[in-house]
Each structure stands twice: as C-alpha cells, then as structure tokens.
Design a protein around this ligand. Structure first.
Ligand code: B12
Ligand code: SF4
Ligand code: SF4
Length: 256
C-alpha cells in the first residue's frame, strides 16, 4: 500500500512521525486554497520531527534556539528526500512546505499565515489535537513535534484522527507565557507572542532604524556600537530568532 511504503521510507530516514490527510479532510479557514499551490493536489503528507528535550528546557536561549535550528535543517533535508521519493516512485507531483519562513509578507498575511496551516494538516493527518496553547499535541511526543508538509497529486486516504483528549487543561502554558499571548482561549495573540519571543524581530529592527535616521554622524556612530545592533545583525542571518519556547517546554504531556 502506497501510504505504508511512504511512511516506512520516512521513518527509515529518521523522521519521527508521518501522517496523511486527503485534501478534502484538510480544513483551515484562514489559509490559502492548496489548489493555488498545486492545482491537482489530492493529499498532504505531514512530517513531524521531535525537538531536543535538554536544549528546549535550557534557560540558555541560544542553546534552545540551536535545537530549533537543528530540527529545521534536518527536517528540510528529509522533506526534500521524501518529495523526491514520491515523484520518482509514484510519478506523481510533490510540493514542499517548510515549517516556517519564507512567509507571505504582503497584506493580509503579513507574515502571520503559512501557505499551508501545518497544525490543521497535522490534526487531519492523525498526528494529534490542539491543546490550550493552540499547538498540536501528539500522543507520543506531546507538544514537542515540529511539522513540515508535502502536497501531492497522489491520492491517499486520511489516517485515523486522534480521538483521545490529550491536553489536561493544567493551564501551565498560559501561566508561563511572558507575553500574555495565550490568555484568550482558542487564539494566540500573535503580536504579543512576537514581542516576547522575538526581541530582535521586525518590530525591533524598525525601532532601531527609526532611532538611527536623521541623527548626526557622531550620534549614528554611538547607535551602531549599541549591542542591540549586533543582536539585530545576528538575527538577520539566523532567521526568526526565538527567545521563548515556554508554551512547549512547560507542557507536561509526554507519551514516551
Ligand atoms: C505564523 C506562525 C506563527 C505566528 C502566528 C501564530 C498564529 N496565530 O497562527 C507566531 C510568530 C505568533 C508564532 C508563534 C509560535 N509558533 Co508558529 N507558526 C506560524 C506558521 C508559520 C503559520 C501559522 C498560520 O498559518 N496561522 C494562521 C491560521 C492558520 O491560524 P488560525 O486558523 O487562526 O488558528 C489559530 C487559532 O484559531 C487556534 N486554533 C485554530 N483551530 C483551533 C482548534 C482548537 C481546538 C484550538 C484549541 C485552537 C485552534 O490556533 C491558531 C493560533 O492562534 C506555522 C507553520 C505553518 N505553516 O503552519 C508555525 C507553527 C504553528 N508554529 C509553531 C511553533 C512551535 C511556534 C512557537 C512555539 C514559536 C517557537 N518559539 O518555536 C510559538 C507558539 C505560539 C502559540 N502558542 O500559538 C509550530 C507548531 C508545532 C505544533 N506542535 O503545534 C508550527 C507548526 C511550525 C513548526 N515548527 O512546526 N507562529
Ligand atoms: S512562544 Fe513564548 S511568548 Fe509565544 S505564546 Fe509561547 S510562551 Fe507565549
Ligand atoms: S501545558 Fe497544560 S493546558 Fe497547556 S497545552 Fe499542555 S496540558 Fe494543556
């Protein structure tokens, strides 16, 4: 059976979880129609890579970020290999969706909407359920799974959805959020999360440029020596540089 052959290939590569959803079962109101990405799309394959516990739980945010970078690099290679396998083996098309950027920065998306909502795809692919933190909790890996996706013209039936309740409503994620971004149930206040978790993100870059413009050359020299400039510079080549993983790290659900 196609699904089991693909799943086996993925698990042998080192992917931690592989799930399938037919395109009819994928529903994400705010996301673009997947047919605009791959016109004859029939299914989505969702890949899950687990995060590294020690790094994730570290108070050192550079170390926590290094694990996220490892997940992103490794899963990016796996995504490519899986897509190539599908095209070679089944002669069907595959279109790859990364876990984060590049994102559509134009309105109305403004960098806050992916081309595919990987959480909604993961839920319909039987990889878990939404928790109070609005992340997907997997029965085995809890909140610590990062997702990528492959749209394909290969028809594949959806995996069985997870029916058991996985979030135990302990509220630890809400209490641990430094940005108070999870106070409203069922919604992440994205700007609050961004301000707290990406102190060297776009908002900080705009503030810095504003501070710089119109100043005398001497004042500009001083502003350039501000260590914040070095952090902005570093973030500009790291990509989105997170300084908070609390909602994942405090969630006690772990089926391992
Ligand atoms: C843009 C984005 C963000 C933005 C905006 C988030 C948002 N409002 O969706 C910001 C920067 C704030 C963000 C933050 C984080 N993100 Co983010 N993000 C994305 C991205 C690229 C797109 C999401 C998107 O399209 N959202 C728009 C639409 C689809 O969302 P929505 O329909 O409005 O759904 C929202 C609510 O309605 C609610 N919701 C929807 N349906 C349901 C159903 C139920 C039952 C419930 C309870 C809630 C609920 O959940 C959503 C959150 O607001 C995805 C990757 C991807 N391509 O999917 C990663 C992704 C969702 N992020 C992820 C992670 C890990 C994070 C962070 C922990 C960052 C970090 N430090 O690593 C935080 C956590 C924030 C949180 N607790 O919600 C993971 C989640 C993995 C998982 N196991 O669920 C993803 C899938 C990327 C990945 N690496 O796999 N993210
Ligand atoms: S990543 Fe941090 S700031 Fe963002 S929702 Fe999670 S705990 Fe809150
Ligand atoms: S920390 Fe508690 S309330 Fe939050 S998602 Fe995990 S189990 Fe649910």
């Amino acid at each position: 059976m196609d699904k089991e052959e693909i799943r086996k290939y993925g698990l042998n590569l080192g992917i931690d979880a592989v799930g399938f959803t037919s395109i009819e079962d994928y529903r994400s109101e705010k996301s673009p129609d997947p047919h605009t990405i791959l016109p004859d799309v029939k299914s989505i394959i969702v890949l899950g890579h687990r995060m590294i516990d020690g790094a994730l739980e570290s108070k050192n945010m550079r170390v926590a970020m290094s694990a996220r970078m490892g997940v992103m690099d490794t899963s990016k290679s796996h995504l490519y290999l899986m897509a190539r396998f599908i095209e070679d083996r089944f002669k069907d098309k595959a279109a790859t969706v990364l876990s984060s950027y590049p994102l559509d920065m134009e309105a109305p998306a403004l960098g806050l909407r992916g081309d595919v909502s990987l959480r909604h795809a993961a839920v319909s692919a039987g990889l878990g359920r939404f928790g109070r933190h609005n992340l997907v909790i997997h029965p085995r890996f809890g909140s610590r799974l990062s997702f990528m996706g492959i749209l394909t013209t290969l028809p594949l039936a959806s995996d069985m959805p997870v029916t058991e309740g996985l979030c135990d409503d302990c509220n630890l994620c809400v209490e641990a959020c430094p940005g108070k971004a999870l106070d409203i149930e069922g919604k992440t206040e994205d700007l609050k999360c961004l301000r707290a978790s990406q102190p060297y993100g776009i908002g900080a870059a705009i503030d810095y440029i504003r501070r710089f413009l119109g100043k005398s050359p001497e004042e500009q020299q001083t502003i350039l020596k501000d260590p914040r400039f070095m952090s902005l510079y570093q973030a500009s080549f790291i990509g989105f540089h997170y300084h908070c993983f609390n909602c994942i790290a405090v969630c006690p659900i772990d089926g391992r």
